[in-house]
Write a protein of this length. Structure first.
Ligand SMILES: [Zn+2]
Length: 129
């Protein structure tokens, strides 16, 4: 198997892409040569690879455990600041977008809480704490 990745990317997208491709290698190898596509036919395979990569990089169970420890209890609602702090403390390479998506899927946050968020600014502020 050969995996081609774009060169010069930061660690975060490189690690995610490698995990994504690992799913293709382990599960989708019967499909033969596979190019990551976004068309309707490939959607199911690609979503599976995204979920696999997110789970490999930062398992959902660890995310919930770390989040509850950070908040010290059951969160009422998780916002961008909390996720920025979580990312900074755990040093996970899972992206902010993936962390936010997971919080929404687990019904710990509403999707609108993450619209137009400037994650880099939040990260800078979180790092200064
Ligand atoms: Zn793919």
């Amino acid at each position: 198997m050969t995996v081609l990745l774009a060169g010069g990317l930061p660690d975060e997208p490189t690690i995610f892409t490698m995990a994504h491709e690992l799913k293709h290698h382990l599960v989708d190898f019967k499909a033969g040569t596979l190019l990551c596509r976004t068309d309707e036919q490939a959607k199911r395979i690609e979503i599976g690879a995204e979920v696999f990569a997110a789970e490999l990089i930062y398992p959902e169970r660890d995310f919930v455990y770390d989040l509850f420890r950070l908040i010290r209890g059951m969160p009422q609602s998780v916002g961008p600041e909390t996720l920025a702090e979580l990312k900074q403390k755990t040093e996970t390479t899972l992206s902010y977008a993936a962390l936010a998506k997971r919080a929404v899927l687990l019904r710990l946050a509403e999707e609108k809480a993450f619209k137009e968020i400037r994650w880099q600014d939040l990260q800078r502020r979180s790092n200064q704490k």
